[in-house]
Structure formats: C-alpha cells, structure tokens
Design a protein around this ligand. Structure first.
Ligand code: RTP
Ligand code: MG
Length: 138
C-alpha cells in the first residue's frame, strides 16, 4: 500500500486545524497509520528539507517549522501521495483552489508562504525517505 507523510505545520496546529485536516484525509478514504505530535528538531528538519538548502526560503522555513508543535501522520492508500497533494492544494494558499485545505483554510493577510498549514510528500520515494526521518522503524 502506498504511503505518504503529512505534517500539520505549526501554523495549522496552533490554529486548531489538525482535526479538520485529519477529517478530510479520512473522508477521502485514506487510512491514518501513525500519528505523533511534537516540535520538530532542527537536525531532522535539515534532513527533511535538504533539497531546499541554499534557497532563500530555506532558513525561514526551518525556523518556522521549529517554532512549535506540529502533527505528523503516516497516511496510507492507493495513489495517496498524489491524492493528498490534491487535497492540500497549491503551495501558495492565495493561489490554492477553493475546496483544497490551503485554498479553504489558508490565510492570505501578509503571512509568508511557509505558513501553508500542511506538508505532503511529493513522491512515493520522498514519502519513504521522510517517514524514515520522523517515524524511525516504520
Ligand atoms: P510541502 O513540501 O510543504 O508539501 O509543500 P510543496 O511541495 O507544495 O512546496 P515545496 O516547494 O516543497 O516547498 C516546501 C515548503 O517551503 C515553503 N516555501 N516557501 N517562495 C517561498 O517563500 C517558499 N516556497 C516554498 C512552503 O512552506 C512549502 O510548503
Ligand atoms: Mg514539497
């Protein structure tokens, strides 16, 4: 069964949107396989976001992600990587389609694009790599 890593980022967690995000995942028919709430450490964030190292948004992104608790989920289902990215919507909440998590719930009053509520792995290979970082042994 395909898996993906979903993170309800610190902005979504602080706004109390974890339940709403998990509700949408379950309503779509995917399965929650593992859940944990924690403030992500910088060492693992550096591994997680290695592909973005050197980009102008890298440091603000890591700082934001390390700023408070987030919810980490392993989600399972057929084509769940593609399916969750569709549920999440475009990276920029202002541009994300209504009906998507970022399109419906993303704020656009001057917040940096880092604060876009959720993360979803971008390929099955990325998902397995990211699950290895945050859920060792899973
Ligand atoms: P994610 O990885 O969080 O699911 O989002 P994504 O694939 O849509 O976006 P990606 O390109 O992988 O970027 C990862 C996260 O970095 C922040 N970002 N900021 N121009 C910017 O300031 C910028 N671009 C990306 C966002 O938090 C994005 O989700
Ligand atoms: Mg990405």
């Amino acid at each position: 069964m395909e898996r993906t890593l979903v993170i309800v980022k610190p902005d979504g967690f602080k706004r109390g949107l974890t339940g709403e995000v998990l509700r949408r995942i379950e309503a779509k028919g995917y399965t929650l396989a593992s859940l944990q709430i924690m403030t992500p450490d910088r060492e693992r964030l550096a591994q997680h976001y290695a592909e973005h190292e050197g980009k102008p948004f890298y440091q603000p992104l890591v700082d934001f992600m390390a700023s408070g608790p987030a919810t980490f989920a392993i989600v399972e289902g057929d084509r769940v990587v593609e399916g969750f990215r569709s549920l999440a919507g475009a990276t920029d909440p202002t541009a994300a389609a209504p009906g998507s998590i970022r399109g419906d719930l993303g704020r656009d009053w001057g917040l940096p694009v880092q604060q876009n509520i959720v993360h979803g792995s971008d390929s099955p290979e990325s998902a397995e790599r990211e699950i290895g970082i945050w859920f060792p042994g899973h």
